[in-house]
Design a protein around this ligand. Structure first.
Ligand SMILES: [Fe+2]
Length: 304
């Protein structure tokens, strides 16, 4: 079978493990604009960004890092096909029990682990909230760009990039978008990143690079539909004295207009608008020579 037929539809959800649940609640609800889900409990926070029951889950724990990623499939048949493929590759994959699926708000799932120890939860049948309880943010003027395009993207910090890319491309069957080989800042270290996309075509759902940080995750990204929400969030984070990784800027490959802040667990969150959607038939894989067209500079201080 062609590997492209086994590609997941989208990145359905992120799971982080953290001992800073109160900080995450303020960060994601009041500053980013997510909605606290009814799936939240004493042991986890769960957040909505659209009609899906949960898109970002913060489980109580001490890793303070990315714990798992959910990959959505359209139906039971396509889930069964990818599981057969993964077993054929000699990678261990186990069926999740009913209790686990209920806690995730999904019908059926299988779990495998990547070379860096992050779990990948392949599933179908996410729980959808009825129309009379539509997504509501306390702070956004528009909506999140989610639904069929999924929760967002992330940049995995791989200990061995070749092994991780083999896992993403040949085991999970996530498709190549493009590459960037560029200096992190003028005269600084060169970063080589590979960007990969799922079936519904968000420019990338995951990118992979080797980055000298003590986390499995460099950053994750969520996207607004209204550009003004990026500016309004920028103002909220400045007012809250949240440390910034990078100020406003524009990426050459996914065309994302965005900024980066530090999350309560130390890795980054990119808040963006305007990312392109890949049309498979017209897509050409390119290698870009810079990470940003303009901007994305480190702030000199957080009080300017
Ligand atoms: Fe990003």
């Amino acid at each position: 079978m062609n590997l492209d037929q086994l590609t997941p539809s989208s990145l359905g959800y992120f799971v982080f493990k953290s001992d800073k649940l109160a900080e995450w609640n303020t960060f994601l609800k009041d500053l980013v604009g997510l909605q606290l889900s009814d799936k939240s409990s004493d042991d986890q926070l769960a957040f909505r960004m659209d009609k899906q029951e949960q898109r970002i889950i913060i489980e109580k724990g001490t890793a303070n890092d990315l714990s798992a990623v959910g990959w959505e499939y359209d139906n039971d048949q396509s889930l069964n096909e990818i599981v057969l493929h993964i077993k054929g590759k000699g990678v261990e994959i186990v069926k999740a029990d009913q209790k686990f699926c209920e806690s995730r708000g999904i019908k059926k799932a299988y779990i495998c682990t990547d070379p860096d120890g992050v779990d990948h939860e392949l599933y179908y049948g996410a729980s959808i909230i009825p129309m009379n309880d539509s997504f509501k943010s306390d702070v956004l003027v528009g909506q999140f760009l989610a639904d069929r395009f999924g929760a967002g993207h992330y940049v995995a910090n791989a200990e061995n990039v070749e092994m991780s890319l083999n896992f993403y491309r040949n085991v999970l069957c996530i498709r190549l978008s493009d590459y960037i080989t560029g200096e992190v800042f003028p005269g600084g270290p060169v970063l080589e990143a590979t960007f990969l996309h799922t079936k519904t075509g968000r420019h990338h759902s995951v990118a992979c690079a080797s980055i000298p940080i003590p986390k499995k995750l460099h950053h994750f990204m969520i996207e607004y539909e209204n550009m003004n929400d990026v500016g309004l969030a920028f103002d909220r984070f400045k007012k809250a004295d949240t440390p910034f990784f990078m100020e406003l800027g524009h990426h050459p490959n996914d065309q994302m207009f965005s900024f980066y802040v530090q999350t309560p667990d130390g890795f980054g969150l990119e808040i963006g608008w305007g990312g392109i959607i890949i049309e498979e038939d017209n897509w050409e894989v390119k290698t870009y020579s810079q990470l940003s067209d303009w901007g994305h500079v480190e702030p000199r201080s957080n009080d300017n």
